[in-house]
Design a protein around this ligand. Sequence first.
Ligand code: DX5
Ligand code: ZN
Length: 225
Amino acid sequence: MVKERKIQIAPSMLAADFSRLGEEVRRVTEAGADLIHLDVMDGHFVPNLTMGPQLVKALRSYTELPFDVHLMLTHPQEYIDTFVDAGADLITIHVEVDGQLSKMMDGIRKRGVKVGLALRPQTATSEVEPYLADVDLVLPMSVEPGFGGQSFQMNTLDKIDRLRNLIDAQGLDVDIEVDGGINQKTAVLVGRSGATILVAGTAIFGSDELDRAINTLRELASSGE
Ligand code: DX5
Ligand code: ZN
C-alpha cells in the first residue's frame, strides 16, 4: 500500500508554442496546472538557449500560479536577483554548477523565494544529500537537461526512492520534483517512488485536451497503481 501524497503538475513551457507563450500559460492555468515550469538555458551548462528574465517577466501577468524556474546555467548566482524580480516563486539551481552552493541558496531564500536543487542523471544523490534540510525541493533529472521530448531514464526511480526515504526519515518537508520523459506510464512509477511534483512538456502540450492530460497525470501519480 503506497502512502498517498499530494501530487502537483507543472507543465514545462518548453513544449508550448513559443510564438504565443502568454496564451499558452493561460491555457495550462485554465486546464488545472499547479505550477508553471520555466526552463532557462544558457548554451553552456546545456547545449541550448531558451528564455531569459524579460520573457519570464512578460509572462507574469498571464497567470497567478507560482513560477517554477529551472536554471540550467553555469553561473546562476549572477541571475538570481533578476529572476526573482521577473516573478519567480521557486528557483532551482543545479548541484553541478561552479560556485558556492550554500551562498547561492541563501541568496534565493533571502529574497523570499523557494529553493530547489537539481541533479543531472549521471550525478549521484550523495551530492545533494548534505543540502536536504536547506531546500524546499530536490529535482533528480530523468533526462539529460537541454531538450524536451526525450525518454525517461529508469535509474531515476532508485534516486527518487532514496531521496524519499532520507527526506521522510529526517521528517523534512521537501518536495521531490521529476523532470523529463514524464508520460502516463512513467507518472505511475515516479508517484510510487515518492515524487510529488511532475514536470511534463510533451505529454501535456502534445495532447488535444490539456485538462484531461493534466488530470490523468495527477491521478496516475497519486494512485501508485
Ligand atoms: C529539459 C527540461 C524539461 C523538459 C521536459 O532540460 O528541463 O523541463 O521540457 O520535457 P518533456 O516532458 O517533453 O520530457
Ligand atoms: Zn525543467
